[in-house]
Design a protein around this ligand. Structure first.
Ligand SMILES: C[S@@+](CC[C@H](N)C(=O)[O-])C[C@H]1O[C@@H](n2cnc3c(N)ncnc32)[C@H](O)[C@@H]1O
Length: 206
C-alpha cells in the first residue's frame, strides 16, 4: 500500500495542495496547539507546517514528529521544511504495526488518515495512550457517509470512519468539538466538493 501512495506523491507534488486543511486552520484560532505534537498519516505535511509556522510567528514553543509510510511524501516534506527553516522529526512508520509509547505528546493530529477498521482502533487507542494528560487529539476524517458523495477518500467503506469508533476510545474525555456532517473541501484534485466528515478536538483526561 505504501507503494500506491509513493506513486501518487511521485506523480503530483502537493497532492492535497499547500494550504492546511480548513478545520485545522479554524481550530488553531480557538485552541493554542503548542508543545510536542505528533502528526500521523501527514503525507507532505501541509497541516504540520502550518502549525509550526503559526507557532514561530506567534512565538510559542512547538516541536513536531511526523509519521507516514510514504518515503516520497516524507522527502517532499523534508525539502519544504528545510526551505522554510522549520525543524521536524520525520519517521517512516507503518501505522498498521506502529508501537505507541505512553504520555509522549501534548497534541496529536490526524487529517484524512484512513486505514482498515482494525488499524483505526489500534491507532485511536495508541494516540490516546501517547498523549499527556490534558493533551489534544485534533483532526478531520471522512465518515462512512462519504462513500455516497464520491468527492474524495477511500472507495472501500471499511477505511472510512464510524464516529462511534472515535467515541469508544475518547468518549470519557473532554469533547471540545465533535462534529459529524457535511463540509465543502477543495484540497488538490483528490478532495473536491461537498463531503461528509468527522471533525474533532478532544482533550484527554487521564
Ligand atoms: C489522504 S493522505 C493525507 C495526508 C495529509 N494528512 C494531508 O492532509 O495532506 C493519507 C496519508 O496517509 C498515509 N498512510 C496511509 N496508510 C498508512 C499507514 N498504514 N501507515 C502510515 N501512513 C499511512 C499515506 O501515505 C498518505 O500520506
Amino acid at each position: 500500500m505504501s507503494q500506491h501512495w509513493n506513486e501518487l506523491y511521485a506523480q503530483t507534488q502537493d497532492l492535497y495542495g499547500t494550504a492546511a486543511n480548513l478545520f485545522i486552520q479554524e481550530i488553531a484560532d480557538k485552541i493554542r496547539i503548542e508543545g510536542k505534537t505528533l502528526a500521523i498519516a501527514e503525507g507532505e505535511g501541509r497541516n504540520i507546517l502550518y502549525l509550526a509556522e503559526r507557532a514561530r510567528q506567534q512565538g510559542y514553543p512547538f516541536s513536531a514528529e511526523v509519521w507516514d509510510y510514504s518515503d516520497v511524501a516524507l522527502k517532499h516534506l523534508s525539502n519544504k521544511a528545510e526551505a522554510k527553516g522549520i525543524k521536524l522529526e520525520l519517521k517512516n512508520v507503518d501505522l498498521t504495526v506502529a508501537k505507541w509509547l505512553s504520555e509522549r505528546y501534548q497534541n496529536a493530529i490526524c487529517v484524512f488518515g484512513h486505514f482498515d477498521t482494525e488499524t483505526q482502533k489500534k491507532v485511536l487507542e495508541g494516540i490516546r495512550e501517547s498523549l499527556l494528560n490534558g493533551g489534544w487529539f485534533i483532526g478531520e476524517l471522512y465518515s462512512k457517509e462519504q462513500i455516497k458523495y464520491k468527492t474524495g477518500g477511500p472507495k472501500n467503506i471499511e477505511y472510512l470512519y464510524d464516529p462511534r469508533c472515535i467515541l469508544d476510545v475518547f468518549g470519557q474525555d473532554h469533547l471540545h468539538h465533535f462534529y459529524v456532517a457535511e463540509q465543502e473541501r477543495q484540497e488538490g484534485e483528490l478532495h473536491c466538493g461537498k463531503c461528509h466528515v468527522i471533525q474533532f478536538a478532544i482533550q484527554v483526561m487521564k
